[in-house]
Design a protein around this ligand. Structure first.
Ligand SMILES: NC(=O)c1ccc[n+]([C@@H]2O[C@H](COP(=O)([O-])OP(=O)(O)OC[C@H]3O[C@@H](n4cnc5c(N)ncnc54)[C@H](O)[C@@H]3O)[C@@H](O)[C@H]2O)c1
Length: 446
């Protein structure tokens, strides 16, 4: 599993052998099966999304919208001169030859463009987090249900064969009764902390500043705010919306959970004091009530952008019978408990120790220590094939739904059930309070 977006892009770029494997596995496509896509927001992820989407047989890129001219020019360099480009996404939505759009803009545009696109009759693949504000969630769900368009939210773990394996193991009772999940995403680099490069031609002439700002407060032109938009709450969603959301969607997929009842987050801005208004260390605690798919359990999430010992991310699902770790693969660790309860009698009087031991040994007669009494400690690992990309699988699932009109794996309800608690983590952090959430109705209670 890619630990950062930059790593992710490197891994998709190097996946030639994987692409050849895909070609063998995908069915031939008839002319009627052709799906014409357009991308809105062609930065790092929009480029990765477009590459994954067009790697699915029969998918053709016809248009790109972006507010920065350099990215439109680059679109022609990588995808060909025939691709229509514009700064105004509404021109893309007005085109009859566009069946589906990929939305990979900064977070504050996700809900508006998704709703506009579905109302214009387009299917939508929208990057995570599905929404920037909790209030937007139901509006997107409603638009999708009213228009009947296909909408996939872009947390690719939901399509991952690694997470599928973890789901199977979890459902088969491999770790017994779940009581806790821990997940983390730690980074140790400027790029990991979102200090992305700013092109030398980032001028007001080359950027449609007002269209970038959208509903955000009007501020004077400042390319840092566009190219490093994650650092500002006006456009992004902090580490919670950027990374916790992936952890929520992966965990919900594996366990069948739909969200916590209580959310508490704390943290701080410890190191990357570059003008950002969001923390670089965030810890979240979440209470999940018992449901059909799982017992009551607690979730602890962490993002630390100042991990002086390196970068890592993963999950630990902790149960009565074992621990399932999920990262680039799945690892199952088991160690049976001792069968005897044991005793702590040293501080009792000598007489009490004797009487206690006598009674204990009556209940638990001494067992021979032989080969049979050795408890097996086991570790079982499941690794995906080399070059595997869950991102391509996620796009393949979307295109399949566009063709068949069958449901996607990550519809807006699933997307909002992951984004909602991620956004509440910010609310809890900034307002220093516990938030209560109804995961069924997706409503903030207090
Ligand atoms: N699924 C994943 O693993 C993953 C990884 C990285 C990013 N993302 C998501 O993808 C989205 C984009 O992130 P990114 O890292 O590619 O950011 P980016 O800054 O590299 O790209 C965003 C692009 O959107 C353009 N843009 C801004 N406002 C626009 C508008 N109104 N209309 C059209 N274009 C507009 C910008 O000019 C820029 O080219 C974010 O929502 C992010 O959370 C998802």
């Amino acid at each position: 599993m890619a630990s950062t977006r930059r790593h992710f892009l490197m891994s998709t770029g190097a996946a030639g052998a994987y692409a050849a494997g895909l070609a063998a596995q995908d069915k031939p496509v008839s002319a009627n099966d052709r799906v014409q896509v357009a991308t809105i927001g062609l930065g790092g992820m929009g480029t990765g999304d477009t590459e994954s989407s067009t790697s699915v047989p029969g998918v053709e890129l016809v248009a790109i919208a972006d507010v920065y001219r350099g990215r439109l020019d680059h679109a022609k360099e990588i995808f060909g001169k025939q691709v229509f480009t514009t700064r105004d996404y509404r021109e893309v939505l007005a085109r009859k030859d566009v069946d589906a759009v990929i939305i990979a803009t900064p977070d504050h545009w996700h809900s508006q463009i998704s709703i506009d696109a579905m109302q214009a009759g387009k299917d939508v693949y929208c990057e995570k987090p599905m929404v920037q504000r909790v209030d937007d969630g139901k509006k997107v769900i409603e638009a999708q249900q009213k228009t009947g368009r296909i909408m996939q939210v872009g947390s690719q773990r939901v399509s991952s064969i690694i997470y599928k394996k973890a789901q199977e193991l979890y459902r088969s009772g491999a770790i017994g009764e779940l009581n806790m999940v821990e997940a983390w995403w730690d980074r140790n680099s400027a790029l990991g902390a979102w200090q992305y490069s700013i092109p030398l031609d980032a001028t007001p002439e080359n950027i449609d500043w007002d269209r970038f700002l959208g509903r955000a407060p009007k501020v004077a032109f400042d390319p840092v705010r566009l190219f490093r938009w994650r650092n500002y709450r006006d456009y992004g969603t902090g580490v919670a919306g950027d990374l916790f959301v992936h952890l929520f969607s992966g965990m919900h997929f594996i366990t069948g959970a739909i969200g916590p009842a209580r959310v508490y987050a704390t943290g701080g801005l410890r190191f990357w004091k570059d003008g950002r208004d969001v923390p670089d260390v965030l810890l979240g605690l979440y209470d999940y009530a018992a449901a059909e798919a799982h017992p009551a359990f607690n979730l602890a999430l962490r993002v630390n952008f100042v991990d002086g010992a390196g970068e890592s991310s993963g999950f630990r699902f902790i149960g009565t019978e074992g621990i399932m770790k999920v990262d680039g693969g799945v690892t199952l660790d088991k160690q049976p408990r001792e069968t005897e309860p044991g005793y702590t009698i040293e501080t009792f009087t000598d007489d009490m120790q004797k009487r206690f031991l006598k009674e204990y040994r009556t209940k638990h007669p001494p067992q021979p220590m032989n080969a049979d009494s050795i408890r097996p400690v086991s570790e079982e690992k499941f690794l995906p094939p080399r070059g595997y990309s869950d991102h391509r699988d996620h796009h393949r699932n979307f295109i399949e739904a566009v063709r068949t009109r069958k449901p996607v794996v990550e519809d807006p309800v699933f997307g909002f059930r992951a984004a909602g608690p991620a956004l509440l983590s910010n609310l809890s952090y900034f307002e220093q309070r516990v938030c209560k959430w109804d995961p069924k109705t997706m409503t903030l209670l207090v």
